[in-house]
Design a protein around this ligand. Structure first.
Ligand code: C5P
Length: 399
C-alpha cells in the first residue's frame, strides 16, 4: 500500500521525536518516498542529519536555506505529498495548525495541503487534557484531519497518563488502513464463511475438523479494511474480531451455515467461502449421550448441503463468488473441477503438502485459478498477506 507513496513527515518539538526516526525507517522500508519538515525546536531534540540520512532526502526546517541559497517552497511540497503525518505533534504546533498560523515551514506546508493529514500528538498529560488543546484537536478534526490518539503510560516528565505518542508500527498500520479505506470496497457488501462446522452425534460429541478459522477471519478483516460491510459466518473458533465493519454470525453445523449464508447472499456483491464445512453429518442425532456398552458403534452418515455449490446456482452476473480447495493429490485438476462445477469466479487452492501452510498455521501458500484458467502461484506468507492477495484479485474482478 505504501509503495511509491509520497509521505511528508512533519516533526515538531517533543522528546517523542526520537520515534520519528523509527517511523521514517518503517515508511522507507515499506517503499514510501519520505520528505521531512522539522520545526526549529524539533532540531534541538533530534538532528536533521539523522532524519535526512534515514529518509534519503534533505530535511527542511526553514523557508530559506542560506547554505544553498534556495527557497523551500511550501506550495510545491504540499502538491508533492500523497499524505502528511505530523508526528510528534506538539501542543504548540497543534495550536498553530488549528488557528491557521504559518510562521514556520511546517505550518505553512500544512496550510497548502490538499491530501489527508494525520497527526500524532505527544505531550504531558496536563497539556493534553487542557481545554485549549482539546479545542484545537476538535478544530483539526472538523477540518477532516485524522487524529492518531496518544496512548496512556509513563511520560517523559515522569508522570503517568495520556499523552504518549503512538508507536511507529501502529502509525504505519493506521496509514495503510486509511489508504485502503480510501480505495475500493466502500458501499459494497461481502459475505465470508470461516472455521470448521461441528456435526452433532449426541449432546456431547460431534464430527469436526482442524480448521482454526484464521484464513477466513483474515479475509473478513481485509475486506472490512477496504471499506466493505462484511457478514462473517463462522463455525466454532476461539478467534475474535472487533472491526466495526464486520458483523459476526456464529453457527455450529453446515445446515446452520447454509441458512445464514442464504439470508445474506442475495445482497452480497462478493462472497468468499473459506469454511472447512463437514461433508457428512450423522443421520440421527441421539438425544441422550451414547453409552459405551458395545464393542463397536456404527454411525450412519448423510451428506451435508454444499453451501458453495448452492450459492453458485443462485449467483447473478454482478456477484463474485470465490471458493477454496484444500487438496492432497491431483491438486490443480481437482481445483479446476470445483471451479467449474460450483460456478465460481475463482478458486483458491492450498495444498496440505506445503510445509507450514494451511490448517491452524499462521501462514498459507496459495494458487489462484480463475474462470479463464489463469493461474497465479504465491509464496508462503502470513495469512493477513494471503488475504490481501485474495481480496485484490476479487477487487480486480469487481471492477
Ligand atoms: O468440495 P470441497 O468441499 O472440497 O470444496 C471446498 C469449498 O467449498 C470451500 O470453499 C468450502 O468453504 C466450500 N464448501 C461449502 N459447503 C460444503 C463443502 C464445502 O461451502 N458442504
Amino acid at each position: 500500500m505504501l509503495t511509491n507513496k509520497n509521505i511528508l513527515l512533519g516533526v515538531s518539538g517533543s522528546i517523542a521525536s526520537y520515534k520519528s526516526a523509527s517511523l521514517i525507517r518503517l515508511l522507507v522500508k515499506a517503499g514510501a518516498n519520505v520528505r521531512v519538515v522539522m520545526t526549529k525546536e524539533a532540531c534541538n531534540f533530534i538532528t536533521p542529519l539523522t532524519l535526512s540520512t534515514l529518509s534519503k532526502n534533505p530535511v527542511l526546517s526553514t523557508y530559506f536555506d542560506p547554505e544553498t541559497g534556495t527557497w523551500n517552497n511550501h506550495v510545491e511540497l504540499g502538491a508533492w505529498a500523497d499524505l502528511m503525518i505530523i508526528a510528534p505533534a506538539s501542543a504548540n504546533t497543534l495550536a498553530k495548525l488549528a488557528n491557521g498560523l504559518c510562521d514556520n515551514l511546517l505550518s505553512a506546508v500544512y496550510l497548502s495541503l490538499k491530501c489527508p493529514v494525520y497527526f500524532a500528538p505527544a505531550m504531558d498529560l496536563d497539556m493534553w487534557k487542557h481545554p485549549a488543546t482539546q479545542k484545537n484537536i476538535a478544530s483539526l478534526l472538523s477540518f477532516g484531519n485524522i487524529l492518531i490518539q496518544p496512548g496512556n503510560g509513563e511520560l517523559a516528565s515522569g508522570l503517568y497518563g495520556e499523552g504518549r505518542m503512538e508507536e511507529p508500527e501502529t502509525i504505519v498500520d493506521i496509514l495503510i488502513d486509511g489508504l485502503k479505506k480510501k480505495l475500493s470496497l466502500k458501499g459494497k457488501k461481502a459475505l465470508v464463511t470461516a472455521g470448521p462446522t461441528y456435526e452433532a452425534i449426541d449432546p456431547v460429541r460431534f464430527i469436526g475438523n482442524h480448521s482454526s478459522g484464521k484464513m477466513g477471519f483474515a479475509i473478513a478483516e481485509e475486506l472490512a479494511a477496504l471499506g466493505a460491510s462484511v457478514i462473517l459466518i463462522t463455525g466454532p473458533t476461539t478467534l475474535k474480531t472487533n472491526h466495526s465493519g464486520i458483523k459476526r454470525i456464529d453457527i455450529n453445523s453446515a445446515e446452520d451455515m447454509l441458512e445464514a449464508a442464504l439470508t445474506y447472499f442475495a445482497e452480497s456483491d462478493l462472497s468468499i467461502l473459506s469454511a472447512a464445512v463437514a461433508d457428512y453429518r450423522p443421520k440421527e442425532v441421539s438425544i441422550n449421550k451414547i453409552k459405551k456398552d458395545n464393542s463397536e458403534l456404527k454411525i450412519d452418515l448423510v451428506k451435508t448441503p454444499d453451501i458453495l455449490a448452492t450459492l453458485g446456482k443462485l449467483k447473478s452476473d454482478r456477484q463474485i463468488l470465490v471458493g477454496f480447495a484444500l487438496e492432497t493429490d491431483n491438486e490443480e485438476d481437482n481445483a479446476v473441477k470445483k471451479l467449474k462445477n460450483k460456478n465460481l469466479d475463482f478458486i483458491v487452492l492450498n495444498s496440505l503438502r506445503d510445509k507450514g501452510a494451511g490448517f491452524k498455521n499462521d501462514y498459507n501458500k496459495i494458487t489462484i485459478i480463475d474462470r479463464e484458467l489463469n493461474k497465479e502461484a504465491f509464496e508462503l506468507k502470513p495469512k493477513a498477506l494471503v488475504a490481501a492477495d485474495i481480496c485484490k484479485k476479487a477487487l480486480d474482478l469487481l471492477r
